[in-house]
Design a protein around this ligand. Structure first.
Ligand code: TMP
Length: 207
């Protein structure tokens, strides 16, 4: 059996990741592709506990380095227990956020060293990288407004506009550096148009 493909979905707050994740899953399943859907931080019982720790805005103040290491600790667990076994079984893995989010949030947002992130990426992932990444992009104000309507802010959502501007810029600069892997989807348009753009990218990738 051939190894599955690893697809990740990325974007800032309120860009419509949840809706489009289930759209992508349905589309792949319609093509008779077996899909495992998961998310980061999270995806295993332990990694979901780490997720709660890093998103809890009432916790003691979390240092930027602690936050970075928690993201990679959750990731190590997730790769070993979910992602690698699924890919080895021939499943396609569709993951809501992965290491591009670490570059964007901890590297861009928190301004931690990109070289340090790259070192941890190598340590935790070895050769594992996504085969395809869809980056949903929208102006910060639009995403923040959507996120605000949804629920109370978590520890990241409570950050300032300048933080999210750095996050967005880091995502876009990675997409510009790796255009074959990272496909930017304009999320600030009618959902039907967003989804047509997604189908176009997926069709191209599948063939
Ligand atoms: P969300 O995916 O449900 O929006 O929430 C996850 C939050 O965690 C989001 O604000 C981005 C943040 N995050 C990081 O800061 N670094 C990471 O490596 C990942 C996977 C997520």
């Amino acid at each position: 059996m051939s190894r599955g493909k690893f697809i990740t979905l990325e974007g800032g707050e309120g860009v419509g990741k949840t809706t489009n994740l289930s759209f992508i899953k349905d589309y792949l399943q319609q093509q008779a592709i077996p899909v495992t859907v998961t998310r980061e931080p999270g995806g295993t019982a332990l990694a979901e506990k780490i997720r709660q720790l890093v998103l809890d805005k009432d916790s003691e103040s979390i240092s930027d380095t602690t936050e970075l290491l928690l993201m990679f600790a959750a990731r190590a667990q997730h790769i070993q227990h979910v992602i690698e076994p699924a890919l080895a079984q021939g499943h396609w893995v569709l993951c809501d956020r992965f290491t591009d989010a670490t570059y964007a949030y901890q590297g861009g947002g928190r301004e931690l060293s990109i070289a340090t992130i790259a070192l941890l990426e190598q340590l935790v992932q070895g050769e594992l990288r996504p085969d395809l990444t869809l980056l949903l992009d929208a102006p910060i104000e639009i995403g923040m407004e959507r996120a605000q309507k949804r629920s109370a802010f978590d520890r990241f959502e409570a950050e300032k506009i300048s933080f999210f501007t750095r996050v967005r810029n880091m995502y876009l600069s990675r997409a510009a550096q790796q255009p074959d892997r990272i496909k930017v989807i304009q999320a600030n348009q009618l959902l039907v148009n967003v989804q047509n753009d997604i189908i176009e990218v997926l069709t191209d990738f599948i063939k």
